[in-house]
Design a protein around this ligand. Structure first.
Ligand code: ADP
Ligand code: ASP
Ligand code: MG
Length: 407
């Protein structure tokens, strides 16, 4: 007998029929003698529709109220699954974020989990209840409903698994596991049996939305083995675990693409100490996350400074940059939101040279221009025009021999 946490994503609970399919899987796991805690997302498309509704109601929806609205998506699915399980003869209880005592900070729309008071969940498990928890939501210290950012149900699941010391955390989604790249972009993508926490952290941060990055951070910190698999078949999926020797043999293990990018360039910035702080402090104060930063070579005491932000922050970041440009005497602010970031990831890169050269040559062969480059110990990212994103993913997948069959 084990304590199993299972999370089902939007497609897996996309209709009442699909929720019935989830109920059968949950019941089977329970019948085998296991204790089960289920975390659900909203039905596929519902969170997007709620965001659209909010923008119909208000040009800049208040973030606290947006959280109140968005959390209803998950409230719907947990109630439906619990009803179905009860009709099947099981004791099932749904819990919203605050009922499961998922405490977060007060950052509306992208809150971080601070603690989980697992008592209520544990009590229900002791009574052999199937506990069905709404993912993506929590509450701050003042009792406000908060949400955890897009894809946040993954984080709810892993954090709950860590809090209640679950034996395993299964993430059920619409693909069979974690692939060498998004299988919906490259049909030659290969499913991996295992991937290290560190590689998955990079892949998630670079656009592989199969796991929200914070869920991988929790998994690594609390050593939670995560099994990503499909809710539509019985196939084994991919285990996200600690790094081992076999993994290190692969130089590049995955390719990712992130289209949620926008670029801002400040032209002719005075090349003096303190200028970068003047540019980036107001962005940080506005809680805008800056990704890549590049400063051109100095010419005549001036330099161009380019950085990237997510598309959601683009408008606000542009407004802030224009104000700062005026203050520091930069001549112009150029912007573009038709860009994408493609990256190659692999722990084996630590000990191999030539990865960058292979990447740049592969993109050059297709005439894809590289606008910005950034690197870490285990990844290289290039900013390119958005229209080439899918092509770049496929080309890099082949260039690093990740295809199923050689081209
Ligand atoms: P869910 O609703 O179950 O949370 P998501 O849509 O958030 O599902 O995540 C699953 C999707 O992630 C897949 O349909 C796939 O398009 C995408 N994806 C991106 N990169 C990868 C990858 N390397 N491996 C598997 N899926 C990936
Ligand atoms: N429903 C939320 C979203 O669409 C959370 C999730 O699915 O994980 O982002
Ligand atoms: Mg998801």
């Amino acid at each position: 007998m084990a304590l199993i946490v299972q999370k089902y994503g939007g497609t897996s609970v996309g209709s009442v029929d699909r929720i019935r399919n989830v109920a059968k899987r949950v019941a089977k796991t329970h019948d085998q003698g296991n204790d089960v805690v289920i975390i659900l997302s909203a039905m596929a498309g519902v969170t997007d529709s709620l965001i659209k509704l909010a923008h119909e109601a208000s040009p800049r929806p208040n973030k606290r109220e947006l959280d109140v609205l968005l959390s209803t998506g998950e409230q719907t699915t947990v109630a439906l699954l619990s009803m179905i399980l009860r009709d099947m003869g099981y004791s099932a209880t749904s819990l919203l974020g605050f009922q499961a005592d998922i405490r977060t900070d007060a950052q509306s729309c992208s809150a971080r989990i601070i603690s989980i008071g697992g008592d209520r969940i544990q009590d229900l498990i002791r009574e052999r209840h199937i506990v069905v928890v709404a993912g993506f939501q929590g509450h701050d210290e003042r009792g406000n409903i908060t949400t955890l950012g897009r894809g946040g149900s993954d984080t709810s699941a892993v954090a709950i698994a860590a809090a209640i010391h679950a034996d395993t955390c299964e993430i059920y989604t619409d693909v069979d596991g974690i692939y060498t790249t998004d299988p919906n972009i490259c049909h030659k993508a290969r499913k991996m049996d295992r991937i290290s926490y560190d590689e998955m952290l990079e892949m998630s941060s670079l656009g592989a939305k199969v796991l929200q990055i914070r869920s991988v951070e929790f998994a690594k910190k609390y050593n939670v083995p995560v099994h990503v698999r499909s809710s539509f078949n019985e196939e084994e999926g991919t285990m996200v675990v600690n790094e081992d020797d076999a993994m290190e043999r692969l130089v590049v293990s995955g390719v990712t693409c992130n289209k949620d990018q926008a670029r801002i360039t400040l032209k002719k910035v005075p090349d003096q100490p303190g200028i970068s702080a003047k540019i980036f402090t107001p962005l940080a104060d506005a809680k805008i996350q800056v990704d890549m930063i590049i400063q051109n070579t100095r010419t005549g005491g001036e330099t161009d400074l380019t950085f990237t932000v997510s598309k959601a922050d683009f408008r606000e970041a542009t407004e802030i940059s224009k104000k700062v440009a005026e203050q520091i005497g930069a001549t112009e602010v150029l912007t573009a939101d038709n860009i994408a970031k493609v990256s190659v990831v692999g722990v084996g890169m630590k000990n191999h040279s030539g990865v960058a050269a292979t990447m740049f040559s592969a993109l050059a062969k297709e005439n894809i221009n590289i606008r910005l480059i950034s690197t870490s110990e285990i990844r290289i990212s290039c900013m390119i025009e958005e229209k080439y994103a899918e092509l770049a993913v496929r080309v890099l997948h082949s260039a690093f021999n990740l295809d199923k069959e050689p081209c």
